[in-house]
Design a protein around this ligand. Structure first.
Ligand code: FUB
Length: 491
């Protein structure tokens, strides 16, 4: 092996060993490979490494917002268990008739759990717990608010708030209970009683490096207490975390640690609605110092925001919610993901809420331009496909020549995509151009849509344009209006 070959092999080895976005089954393979490196001949190792690097070793992580598209979801507590992303959200529903429930308030009967390996395709594992199961819950209250779940010694502990049954004095209020399972998907068995000494909502559990677990929750203030080894009982008196904003509601604590800094993050109403803020400290119980805003108030006035922050395959993510499918009623929410970045000093860069979501979207999946990253100032609008049936999703309406929509970060791969399919509606026919990176960027395809009074799928040939990884622009060239549901490229 020459020096040059050796250097290149060494570089490949380093790249490989430092790669973080490696799919789960490959992680154990790579560990074995690391062990084997000293035993095998360098040429042999190098060829294996080359094959691995160039092949399907990465799990492409991508998501368009909102991520769950067939039901309302809110208050996302995201966790990585066994190399897979799980989300434990609240499950908003419309208040059922005849139950004496407020029509203008939160209504939650049960919890579902969702999992995904690529952040795009989510499996709904169904209902894991309902208000009818835990003995201590008022089963007519529809108050299964924001939960959390942690893994400890092979068991999964699901923490949830709910209205308690009235006590001997008729007193009710929010308690926090625990249900236990052997798998993240359940079945979960609830404890008969709520955790003693805890009154409030929005439980969050953080397990420190030394194995000590802490329970955080909110009730006007943000509280913390140590949890006993059994994870059901407090091991210290509830403690109100001081030095947080005094004015305005605080709730939804989420604590994590990164490089020795403990981040206490929470929604807080500084002005009119909730924004996500954070404080940092050197210990899970503080003291904490207020450090900034993670996400501003919703521009469309969704009153709550509730979030979680975690790292998955080398990237940090913010899970949060917005009332995407219910613009007129902000108690029916939907969960979203956006990427989160730290500055060199450990402070968190503000996250701008997006429809586009995260990651590189593979060109052969249904790209929804209505989950855009930019729109032309005129001639481009987003609407529900059918306002009376929001879960059918949205459409992009291009109604002025030159109007465009940009959907960033599409992965067209190494080989040219020969064809593009589009689902569109063009009552008078119309011409669209697909361009790369900007409205006057390289032309990828010219789509001449025939007149049609209904939605239809059309198939076109693409130009010989090299695309690679690029932003996709869909531009209206004709004077006639075109509506677009999705488009997808094919080899
Ligand atoms: O989902 C009900 C409540 O709204 C949560 O418990 C709060 O954090 C807020 O998101």
């Amino acid at each position: 092996m020459t020096n040059k070959e050796h250097a290149s092999c060494h570089r490949q080895k380093l790249e490989l060993l430092n790669l973080k976005r490696i799919s789960a089954p490959f992680q154990s393979f790579i560990t074995s490979l690391k062990l084997a490196i000293s035993d095998f001949k360098p040429h042999f190792v190098c060829s294996i490494l080359t094959i691995i690097i160039s092949d399907a070793l990465f799990t492409p992580l991508a998501a368009q917002n909102p991520i769950i598209r067939d039901q309302f979801t809110a208050d996302p507590s995201a966790r990585v268990f066994n190399n897979k992303m799980y989300v434990f959200p609240s499950h908003d529903i419309r208040a059922p008739q005849g139950k004496n429930l407020r029509k203008d308030w939160f209504c939650m009967e049960d919890y579902h759990v969702f999992s995904s390996e690529n952040l795009s395709d989510w499996t709904d594992h169904g209902s894991i717990l309902s208000q009818y199961e835990p003995a201590w819950v008022d089963s007519a209250s529809y108050s299964m608010w924001a939960p959390d779940c942690v893994k400890r010694k092979g068991k999964y502990y699901f923490y949830f708030p709910a209205n308690t049954r009235p006590d001997q004095n008729g007193r009710k209020g929010f308690g926090i209970g625990v249900a236990v399972a052997d798998r993240p998907e359940g079945p979960y068995l609830p404890q008969a009683e709520a955790i003693r000494g805890v009154h409030g909502i929005d439980p969050n559990v953080f397990i420190d490096k030394d194995g000590q677990a802490y329970l955080y929750w909110s009730q006007q203030h943000i509280y913390v207490a140590k949890l006993k080894e059994n994870m059901f009982e407090l091991d210290s008196e509830p403690y109100i975390i001081p030095n947080l904003p005094e004015k305005g509601l605080k709730e939804g604590p989420w604590v994590f640690e990164r490089e020795g800094i403990y981040y206490l993050t929470f929604p807080h109403v500084e002005n009119k609605t909730e924004r996500l803020e954070y404080a940092v400290g050197k210990h899970p119980m503080g003291p904490f110092t207020m450090s900034g805003v993670i996400m501003d108030e919703s521009p469309t006035a969704c009153w709550t925001n509730h979030h979680s922050i975690l790292e998955y395959q080398g990237q940090w993510y913010l899970f949060y919610h917005h009332n995407d499918y219910s613009p007129d009623f902000d108690k029916n929410r939907s969960i979203r993901i956006d990427s989160l970045f730290f500055k060199a000093d450990g402070s968190i860069q503000k996250v701008r809420p997006s429809l586009r979501g995260v990651g590189l979207t593979p060109a052969n999946t249904a790209i929804q331009p209505d989950r855009y990253s930019a729109l032309s100032p005129e001639g481009a609008l987003i609407h529900f496909i059918d306002k009376s049936s929001p879960f059918e999703g949205w459409k992009t309406q291009l109604n002025k020549p030159g109007g465009w929509v940009q959907y960033n970060a599409v992965d067209f791969g190494n080989k040219k995509k020969q064809r593009v399919q589009i689902r569109a509606l063009a009552p008078q026919g119309g011409i669209l151009e697909l361009r790369l990176n900007s409205p006057d960027g390289p032309l990828l395809a010219n789509l001449r849509l025939p007149a049609g009074s209904d939605w239809a799928n059309y198939d076109f040939k693409t130009k010989k344009t090299k695309a690679g990884k690029a932003d996709l622009i869909v531009l209206l060239r004709s004077a006639t209006e075109v509506e677009i549901d999705w488009l997808r490229f094919q080899p």
